[in-house]
Ligand binder design. Structure first.
Ligand code: R1P
Length: 299
């Protein structure tokens, strides 16, 4: 049976564990690498130091949290599944159980809108915009645009730079370009609001990609979470949240090519390790978990 929750405004149980991720104070580090896929996350967890023994929690709402040390520095790996709601729970609930500054690197996959970002390369966006379904168009006034584009939202420039230089030295090769980009877009859906055509539904998105590029010519890639991560980091109060992201280019949304799984298998561990190296080298002024306190999560 689930524990009783206290406080309907921000539910926690009597141990202080948050409602959806399930973690409590002492179980999440100030430095976080997040991705969608828990299998991808478990591959990165093999890079953690064997001691202290990593803490692990899989919540009933689909979050996997693994906290341990990497090269002696406390770090949490958290897989969130997909979409804006899941990244919103991540940032807010982690913020609620960790004191001090937070640094979060997202490692995801995405589609490319530009030959500058070929399949198998790594995009590292400085800024991300949101794309939201405009329900007023579908349920009221068809003259309104079906999809709404936000202005660009900035990553943390220093964490972005650390990520770019770590990827450049650890991952870049003749077959894998590291591509810092000015603008990425995160949509609220995978199909309609990324311009995928599904004849089963009236999505009004036949001209989606040209309209997006007309509104935001610098946008080079599309996925679902990064802009909301940057948004929450930028509106955080009290302690600082620094956020950056990199994405493996899985699909060419113009030419329709999709990545070979063998390429993913080769790239994923290299990029994952680079994300861990980047996050531990980022200076954080105020950290709650220290290596000697590792026994906190050694359960
Ligand atoms: C869609 O297939 C999922 O893949 C991308 C999208 O943002 C979405 O979550 O990210 P991940 O590879 O991190 O899951």
């Amino acid at each position: 049976m689930k524990a009783t929750m206290h406080d309907a405004n921000f539910p926690k149980d009597s141990s202080g564990a948050v409602y959806h991720i399930g973690v409590k104070p002492g179980e999440v580090a100030n430095r976080i690498v997040t991705c969608g896929d828990p299998i991808r996350l478990r591959r990165f967890a093999t890079f953690l130091d064997p001691s202290p023994k990593p803490f692990e929690l899989v919540s009933s709402r689909g979050y996997t949290t693994i906290t341990g040390c990497y090269k002696g520095v406390p770090i949490s790996l958290i897989a969130i599944g997909m979409g804006v709601a899941m990244v919103d729970f991540l940032v807010r609930e982690v913020r609620a159980v960790v004191s001090g500054d937070l640094a979060i690197v997202r490692f995801g996959s995405c589609g490319s809108l530009s030959p500058e970002l070929p399949v198998g390369s790594i995009g590292v966006p400085r800024n991300a915009m949101t794309i939201s379904t405009n329900y007023a168009h579908f349920h009221g006034d068809e003259s309104l645009p079906p999809y709404v584009f936000s202005p660009p939202i900035s990553s943390d420039p220093k964490l972005h730079q650390v990520l770019v230089s770590t990827l450049d030295s650890a991952v870049a090769s003749s077959t894998c370009k590291i591509c810092p980009t000015e603008l990425h877009a995160s949509a609220d859906c995978f199909y309609s609001s990324q311009g995928r055509i599904d004849p089963q539904f009236k999505d009004d998105n036949a001209d989606f990609v040209p309209q997006l590029l007309d509104a935001a010519p610098e946008v080079k890639s599309l996925e679902m979470e990064t802009a909301h991560l940057f948004h929450l980091a930028s509106v955080a109060r009290h302690a600082k949240i620094s956020a950056a992201a990199c994405h493996m280019i899985f699909a060419d949304r113009v030419g329709q090519e999709f990545i070979d799984p063998l390429v993913v298998a080769e790239l994923e561990p290299k990029v994952g390790r680079a994300c861990l190296d980047a996050i531990i080298s980022f200076p954080l002024s105020d950290e709650a978990l220290h290596p000697e306190e590792g026994s906190v999560w050694e359960i």
